[in-house]
Design a protein around this ligand. Structure first.
Ligand code: SF4
Length: 379
């Protein structure tokens, strides 16, 4: 079979099933990525969410010995919400980053890759493949870059000429020797807008990311958020896409091709106070289908508390006092205490003092002291 003809048929089929961009690359080692990963490991820049060893992440044949090519796909997602609800003084709202709008993209892209798999299975005997979306060993971005989907921006996102960086990426290692596509030239030039806009300095020169400083990563951790980042999240509950929003390559890019990627405004921009008393079941029912819920309820509630502190929302005080006194999770009790101090009313400070007498957890007691310290700053 002429592989070039099969490639063209697949490209046509991919458009039919709603894949916005497709590219092909070899299974050669990702040597540049390998040295970058080694450097990141040495510097402690990794997130800890990575799967597999550095060799597995950069040598596709280690994942599939008969591998001959990699197919990269991209689906464009919306950057603007239709009729977003306003966060008002009466009802403060948090926000999920765009990457968590609509249905969990992992499911959407895996289904598309499965369709490609079935298509190629019908075309070729002995077809073998292995698909990945975000959580696999391979770097979606490195594959997409080499397959000509887009160039890697200084914000570490893949920037496509058509849809900017508002694209979800996935890939499939195959045993078909498809001819590789050419990468696209780097288009950042002298621009440094994303680096300048990053509030924590997480974007290191040369397109490196220090995940430990990246707010998008920090919104997903389950422990106390380090003090220096608490004031920087604003009302963000999950993810952080400042570095995409400021990028001139994303100007005017807002595509609504996929109904399943349309955000439900009440989920993408939920009211903050009701989030604090949500049961696990209620949380799963409301947020279970979005990618931002993958770490469970605790990080989202912790971030909601920080958002209420950011707004200094006095209406949240009774609920924060309840959490500080009764929640079984130290991170929630402690963050609530810190937030009460930040909001800083007499009632809030009194409540911290009272709760402190009963609290046994060292870390929570420390947060209570930090909360009380705000009274000194305010006086
Ligand atoms: Fe590149 Fe500028 Fe976009 Fe950053 S903001 S990714 S430097 S074009």
């Amino acid at each position: 079979m002429a592989y070039e003809q099969l490639k063209q048929e697949l490209i046509t089929y991919s458009k039919k099933i709603g894949i916005d961009k497709i590219g092909f690359t070899s299974v050669d080692e990702f040597s540049e990525l390998k040295s970058r990963l080694k450097q990141q490991q040495e510097l402690g820049y990794q997130s800890g969410f990575e799967k597999g060893s550095i060799d597995e992440r950069t040598e596709p044949v280690r994942l599939m010995p008969q591998a001959q090519s990699i197919i990269a796909i991209a689906l464009a997602y919306p950057s603007k919400m239709k009729k977003p609800p306003k966060s008002t003084k009466e009802e403060r709202r948090g926000v999920f980053a765009r990457v968590s709008w609509g249905q969990d993209y992992h499911h959407v892209l895996r289904a598309k890759l499965e369709q490609i798999g079935e298509f190629l299975e019908k075309k070729m005997d002995g077809f073998e493949y292995k698909s990945m979306v975000d959580t696999g060993e391979l770097s979606d971005r490195a594959v997409a870059e080499r397959a000509g989907i887009g160039f890697s921006g200084k914000n570490c996102a893949i920037i496509t000429p058509e849809f900017g960086s508002y694209v979800y990426l996935g890939e499939m290692i195959t045993n078909i020797p498809f001819t590789p596509d050419e990468p696209i030239d780097d288009g950042c030039g002298t621009c440094t807008k994303c680096i300048d806009a990053c509030p924590t300095g997480a974007l290191v020169q040369g397109g490196q990311l220090n995940a430990q400083k990246c707010l998008a990563f920090l919104t997903q951790t389950k422990d106390f958020l380090p003090d220096e980042y608490r004031g920087k999240l604003g009302n963000t509950l999950y993810g952080f896409d400042n570095c995409q929003v400021v990028c001139p390559k994303n100007k005017g890019k807002d595509y609504h091709f996929h109904p399943e990627m349309e955000p439900d405004p009440e989920i993408a921009k939920p009211k903050l106070i009701p989030l604090l008393s949500m049961s696990n079941r209620e949380f799963k029912e409301k947020f279970g289908n979005v990618s931002g819920s993958w770490r469970g309820k605790k990080p989202i509630q912790r971030n909601a508390i920080l958002a209420l502190a950011h707004y200094k929302d006095e209406k949240a005080i009774p609920e924060l006092i309840r959490l500080m006194q009764q929640d079984p999770r130290p991170v929630i009790r402690g963050t609530a205490a810190w937030a009460l101090g930040k909001i800083g009313t007499a009632t809030a400070f009194e409540a911290i003092k009272t709760a402190k007498q009963k609290e046994k957890d060292e870390a929570v007691l420390e947060e209570m002291d930090k909360g009380l310290d705000f009274s000194l700053i305010n006086s």
